[in-house]
Ligand binder design. Structure first.
Ligand SMILES: NC(=O)c1ccc[n+]([C@@H]2O[C@H](COP(=O)([O-])OP(=O)(O)OC[C@H]3O[C@@H](n4cnc5c(N)ncnc54)[C@H](O)[C@@H]3O)[C@@H](O)[C@H]2O)c1
Length: 331
């Protein structure tokens, strides 16, 4: 298939492009490089040994998106492009709503105009809000504590409403848990701007001495050691989940959790990282961070049953691959 990948030069998008190319699909990337670099394209080509087509466009730009659809035979869209910093979304709600929601509408409209019937959307476990773990796809969504989460819930709703009146449209809403790790080549991985929001890049930057110590937000949650529990998933497993979702798509709306189903606490992750890489990660406990929940992990049987997909890589592999990328790539 010929797949339009929006946000394809970003962290998850670039790994997914490689997985798509390795599975025999062709890839057209649309990205405005607001949170990634064009060198990503070269790395995707180097790793996969396949060509890709790249458009530096903003996917909220209807005209620019239309141009791609008009000039290329597109079989499906994977929509990663989005702003993703939870804290920043509270500061800049309009930017987040505009970017993340309008992009979904523009792409869906182009699909309608050009008869493209496969769509895969990057959603997030955030949409479950403070439900009881493990999160199951059938749960009612609860309000999230930030505009970022709402943009995901709104985009899911837009795509669902569209699919309901367009029976030949297939949409997979993929709710990611906590993607970490990097490609085993060490060439691509997660390189956030500024101080990382997510735990793993924070840990790798502390290990490298770039940041002084890890701040652990709260040790009084009702969890095994008081620190927050998350479901970390290797980004390559996540990438393969997208290929499985695309290749197994049937008409209608399909929601899948992409996680491992296993919760790991912050302190467990730090220990696993130290042991896997034989390096120390100094940390201090600080106050809870507003908006964080105690536990978040997936119930994963639906993806296994319907897509034949499940995460294979363990926490040690995630820690090793994240560290290899950090050592190779960051100043
Ligand atoms: N990383 C996570 O922890 C996580 C968890 C759940 C969901 N997600 C979602 O997965 C998707 C990909 O996340 P990521 O971690 O790879 O982020 P990322 O920032 O590395 O990648 C997003 C890409 O989209 C591009 N982009 C943003 N707005 C755009 C626009 N209007 N037009 C064109 N390009 C645009 C950016 O330049 C970037 O390359 C996002 O939608 C994110 O919300 C991520």
């Amino acid at each position: 298939m010929n797949i339009l990948v929006t946000g394809g030069t970003g962290y998850i998008g670039s790994h997914t492009c490689i997985a798509l190319l390795e599975s025999g699909h062709s890839v057209i990337i649309a990205d405005n490089l607001s949170n990634s670099k064009s060198e990503s394209i070269k790395k995707i080509i180097d790793i996969s040994k396949k060509e890709v087509t790249f458009f530096e466009i903003d996917v909220t730009d209807e005209e620019a998106v239309d141009h791609i659809f008009r000039n290329h035979e597109i079989d499906g869209v994977i929509h990663f492009a989005g702003l993703k910093a939870v804290g920043e979304s509270v500061e800049k709600p309009l930017e987040y709503y505009y970017n993340n929601v309008v992009s979904t509408m523009v792409l869906t409209k182009a699909c309608q105009t050009y008869g493209v019937n496969r769509f895969v959307f990057s959603s997030s476990a955030t949409v479950y809000g403070d439900n009881t773990v493990p999160f199951v796809e059938t749960m009612s969504l609860l309000p999230t504590t930030n505009p970022y989460g709402e943009t995901k819930a709104m985009s899911e709703r837009i795509l669902t409403d569209f699919a309901n009146v367009n029976p030949s449209f297939s949409v997979s809403l993929l709710r990611y848990f906590n993607p970490v790790g990097a490609h085993e080549s060490g060439l691509i991985g997660e390189s956030p701007n500024g101080i990382p929001n997510n735990l793993m890049p924070y840990v790798t930057q502390v290990a490298k001495g770039k940041l002084h110590n890890l701040r652990v937000f709260g040790n009084d949650y009702p969890t095994i050691d008081g620190t927050g529990i998350r479901d970390y998933i290797h980004v390559l497993d996540l990438a393969e989940g997208h290929v499985a979702a695309l290749e197994n798509q049937t008409e209608g709306v399909h929601v899948y959790n992409l996680g491992t189903g296993k919760g790991t606490s912050v302190l467990e992750l730090v220990k696993a990282f130290e042991e896997a890489n034989d390096i120390e990660v100094p940390f201090e406990i600080v106050d809870r961070r507003p908006g964080d929940i105690a536990s978040c992990y997936a119930e994963t049987s639906k993806a296994k049953r319907e897509l034949g997909w499940s995460a294979k890589r363990d926490i040690v592999t995630m820690c090793r691959d994240a560290w290899r990328f950090e050592k190779n790539n960051m100043e």
